[in-house]
Design a protein around this ligand. Sequence first.
Ligand SMILES: Cc1ncc(COP(=O)(O)O)c(C=O)c1O
Length: 483
Amino acid sequence: MVLSHAASESDVSVHSTFASRYVRTSLARFRMPENSIPKEAAYQIINDELMLDGNPRLNLASFVTTWMEPECDKLIMASINKNYVDMDEYPVTTELQNRCVNMIAHLFNAPLGETETAVGVGTVGSSEAIMLAGLAFKRKWQNKRKAEGKPFDKPNIVTGANVQVCWEKFARYFEVELKEVKLREGYYVMDPEKLLRWSMRTLYVLRPFLVPLLMENSKIWDTPIHVDAASGGFIAPFIYPELEWDFRLPLVKSINVSGHKYGLVYAGIGWVVWRNKEDLPEELIFNINYLGADQPTFTLNFSKGSSQVIAQYYQLIRLGHEGYRNVMENCRENMIVLRQGLEKTGRFNIVSKDEGVPLVAFSLKDNSSHTEFEISEMLRRYGWIVPAYTMPPNAQHITVLRVVIREDFSRTLAERLVIDIENVMRELDELPARVIKKISLGEVKSEDNDDNLMVMVKKSDLEKLKEISNGSTKPVSDKPIFC
Ligand SMILES: Cc1ncc(COP(=O)(O)O)c(C=O)c1O
């Protein structure tokens, strides 16, 4: 979306010193130029401006893949001109997507017979996958209510308040009431006790690492579940295989996962799979006759690139279970290196857990002189992009810094980051204390991703959570759980 405006004279045009031997006049910033320019000039102008973007590899805010093997880069470039929707023209690409859907459905333990194929689709990311899964739920619920002669105009979904913004989008765009279970200090996942008050609902939305815990409370489970496994879907099956969060549980009807997060593909791929055909109402599937072939489709967009589908297939066969397990274990080990390094400084409380999605969330033990926001800002000078943000409503007075550990964040980088954080702390100690203006983000949610609230539930935490769901109201943990 473009809502920017030209702020000053220098904002109105784009100049380029290097390209000036081709381009003698400046380019208007917001209007298409009347004349063409040489390709070298266009390249130079854009490339020069892009240098000011951050370095994706040092962007520790994001879960999205920033490195793939050169062999896969080659496949991506070779298929960059294929429109995925031309299935009759590119049948092999379609076949690769179908293989991916089936592999992922099996990974999530879909109850498929020997000769049965999975029900699912590739999307541009988890957001599109979530819109599709949400729509399927809404329609299925409405059909059921109509058949029972009951009102069907008020569907709702229940999520944690730490839910990613795409669920709010879904609710608003598709007119579904969103019931958020608010967080409370020291407890940063959906609270089972509060969830209990909302039984008999259309749909519960849960993250993988919370499912087993909440499932144990039989009182709430007459409602279907969608698992938002955007990050966890490619982690749990490899390093927590015993965790029952997926189609092994009968109430889990659909699951989304981002191929471009721990599926290890560059941005632009997600997946949604349904338990079986009955969970995807047929009237949502369009059978279109396009370029000579009958194609069933269930997507929001028509055209899209093929490269990411091919890249996902590359990762699945190249790495296999063994490779994904190695990558996830390595991420976990590097997360521990970082966590221990930060603990050693003596300056931070670690507020994330070691289990779950590999990340370290930490806050200052003493923020009376300086804030986490200042640390984030100063780390930029070293090249690091480490976000600082306040927690969602009911815990918004807590600020954390968060580092996501991806495949390309090596142990050396983890150690280097600790050194740079120590340097920043020394610099801050020498600065006069800043007046701290408390800011509250209220209901504002991160557009980027809210996977910040990762699931890291230790055995002991699980046990404590169970107590809560059994009626005890004692605080569950002295440390926050990131879910
Ligand atoms: C839990 C969760 N769900 C959904 C999304 C949206 O995913 P995508 O960026 O693939 O659209 C995210 C993104 O971070 C997420 O963390």
